[in-house]
Design a binder for this molecule. Structure first.
Ligand code: UT7
Length: 339
């Protein structure tokens, strides 16, 4: 009679079973930025590792455009029926509109007509927060197909007269499909953190309920990202490395058995510091910051998209992020398929 006892049932895990991505065609190079603000390709390259970033041009083009393209890319590869999708979560700080949620727009556009959908705002950590939430739905047995999107149209909230901020950000979106598995694969562990004191150093003042849009907020350039770069840099280096080290340690992950570090792409110097703290050599660090810059919610899924063909079933991935809020965290993922 013991067979029906839940204790004997295998634990459900959330496996990543598909990846999609999209970056816009327009390439904003460091050379072009030299014509917009007082900067040099040399300064940007040595201080951040970024050479170029993508920009979504055109009227009425919101982040949904990129989210839809990313999900369609994933659907074409996995060949799942969008009607089977239970839930769509979109991690973004540049939603098409304050409401409705951009995830609602994306779900309908891709034919996920049976899904419920919502946005999640955790800035640069948005994707790992949403991945953790999506994994929870799967692990509980509540849902069987959850799509997690991360993406931002940072160019929409960028002050292209602020040389210390505008040089790092770009536009892009990526997504993953989560499905249940009873194998020891998928999202194995998560450690998420936040600290509202970070508001001082990284925020967008106007356009919310505290300071609605007015002629004054526009004149004062308060609808753009405000970032005290060097302060954020210090918090990022310490905290992203700390959570990565903690997740590695409690899962017995070492330089020898971590296949890939998958770090948020904000600044190559932050990535290098995190890698060195967990003792990982550069060849095991996913990196595309030189081509896309910091796409906020988009960086981690775009890395998975870029490296998908190199990933093998059973690979140990350590995802890590730090961003506005402050929010930060690390997620241990065991890769579930060979491409
Ligand atoms: O992803 C979400 C979280 N965000 C981050 O993780 C970003 C973290 N911060 C950073 O990546 C870096 O702080 C930045 C790349 C944003 C800035 O680099 P930095 O090395 O921290 O520069 P800084 O702001 O401390 O400025 C150093 C100097 C200043 O000149 P003085 O005062 O020393 O004469 C700046 O005016 O560099 C100057 N500077 C520039 N010079 C040429 C700042 N931006 C530029 C620029 N070109 N684009």
């Amino acid at each position: 009679m013991g067979q029906t006892n839940t204790n004997t049932m295998s634990k459900l895990r959330a496996a990543i079973t598909g990846v999609g991505g999209y970056v816009p065609d327009y390439i904003l190079t460091n050379k072009e930025l030299e014509t917009m603000v007082e900067t040099t390709d040399e300064w940007i390259t040595t201080r951040t590792g970024i050479k170029e970033r993508r920009i979504l041009k055109g009227e009425n083009q919101g982040v949904s455009v990129m989210g839809i393209a990313a999900v369609k890319d994933m659907l074409a590869k996995t060949k799942i029926d969008p009607k089977e999708i239970d839930c769509v979560i979109f991690a973004t700080v540049t939603a098409d509109m304050t409401f409705p949620a951009t995830a609602n727009i994306v779900a309908t556009a891709v034919g996920a007509t049976n899904a419920f959908s919502f946005d999640m705002g955790a800035a640069c950590s948005g994707f790992i927060y949403a991945l953790s939430a999506g994994a929870g739905y799967i692990q509980s047995g509540m849902y069987k197909k959850v799509v997690v999107i991360g993406g931002d149209k940072m160019s929409a909230i960028m002050d292209y007269t602020d040389r210390s901020t505008c040089i790092i950000f770009g536009d892009g979106a990526g997504c993953v499909l989560l499905e249940p598995t009873t194998e020891e694969l998928g999202v194995m562990d998560t450690l998420l953190k936040s600290d509202g004191a970070g508001e001082t150093y990284l925020h967008m003042k106007a356009g919310g309920s505290r300071m609605p849009a007015s002629n004054a907020t526009i004149a004062n350039r308060q609808h753009f990202v405000y970032q005290e770069g060097s302060a954020v840099f210090k918090f990022a280096v310490t905290n992203m490395a700390d959570v990565s080290a903690q997740v590695a340690e409690r899962n017995h992950l070492t330089a020898d058995n971590i296949t890939w570090l998958v770090p948020h792409q904000a600044n190559k110097r932050i990535i290098d510091a995190t890698a060195s703290r967990v003792g990982i050599s550069e060849d095991k660090v996913m990196m595309n910051i030189e081509r896309y810059g910091n796409t906020t919610g988009g960086t981690i899924p775009l890395l998975l998209w870029d490296y998908e063909k190199q990933l093998k079933k059973g690979d140990n991935l350590l995802l890590a992020a730090f961003g506005g809020g402050f929010t930060w965290g690390a997620v241990y993922v065991k890769w579930a398929y060979n491409s």
